[in-house]
Design a protein around this ligand. Structure first.
Ligand code: PEP
Length: 255
């Protein structure tokens, strides 16, 4: 890309269920010096709940923000095992993943709970990163747009216009997550364009234009450049490759 991207890009690393406290501290000790000079994009690390405080402590004073991987939509209550958005804000999180495909697939996350969670996150002043994406079967059957539209309208599309203007979205085709099979930059761009069209239909062209959509699915140091050459892609949500400080830093530092 020769011109500056019109929306500020975000590179977020989702650690999933990896890293204990020591590994978290070691990661930041290695990672922060490698991304010290990054100014023109947002960088987010999303550790498991148990490592959030250590990550916040280590990242203090840097430009790296910390996020959480999930949240419950209510406030404090008798809900054993759940964590609410107020707790995440208190722990120092600024972002929360909502509706990651692994939550949808393995933990029965629905579009309705995605909408509730996004709202709960916003109500604490945090930024939800709302994930959508189709399965391989959906794509092979030519149903990807239908699935994306349904996930959009039942989830982020149920927010008010003001609420919607404060979220990020991530397009993560399930067939590309953890499989080493990345969507081509063109496939990703077409899906992002479609999500933006859903936003324009539901809200306004201005909302669609301002919406930041990250791409996720086997993003690696050797494919980030090609993906970011697409104007439709406003950053990346990185799983596996965010676990290693050097590899995540080289993704963050793409030119
Ligand atoms: C993810 O966890 O959101 C993800 C995209 O994983 P990976 O980069 O490993 O495919």
């Amino acid at each position: 890309m020769t011109t500056a991207h019109k929306r500020r890009r975000v590179i977020a690393g989702n650690w999933k269920m990896y890293k204990n406290l020591g590994e978290t501290r070691d990661f930041f000790d290695a990672f922060l010096p490698l991304v010290r000079d990054v100014r023109d994009r947002d960088v987010v690390v999303i550790p498991p709940f148990t490592a959030i405080s250590a990550a916040v402590e280590r990242a203090a004073g840097s430009a790296v923000a910390i996020g959480a991987q999930d949240v419950y939509w209510g406030k404090n209550g008798a809900l054993t095992g759940e964590i609410c958005a107020g707790m995440l804000a208190d722990a120092g999180c600024r972002y929360v993943l909502v509706g990651h495909s692994e939550r949808r697939q393995f933990f029965h996350e629905t579009d309705d709970t995605v909408a509730r969670k996004a709202l709960a996150v916003l109500s604490e002043g945090l930024t939800p990163i709302v994930c959508v994406g189709e399965t391989l079967e959906n794509r092979d059957a030519g149903l990807e747009k239908e699935v994306l539209r349904r996930q959009f309208s039942g989830g982020p599309g149920s927010l008010t216009a003001d609420e919607f203007s404060r979220i990020l979205m991530a397009y993560e085709p399930i067939w590309a997550i953890g499989t080493g099979r990345t969507a081509t930059p063109e496939i990703a761009a077409a899906a992002h364009e479609f999500i933006r069209a859903c936003a324009a239909e539901q809200y306004t062209a201005g909302h669609a234009l301002a919406l930041r959509v990250l791409y996720g699915g086997s993003v690696k140091p050797d494919n980030i450049q090609g993906l970011m050459a697409q104007d439709e892609l406003d950053g990346a949500l990185v799983g596996g490759a965010s676990l290693d400080a050097k590899s995540f830093a080289s993704i963050v530092n793409y030119t």
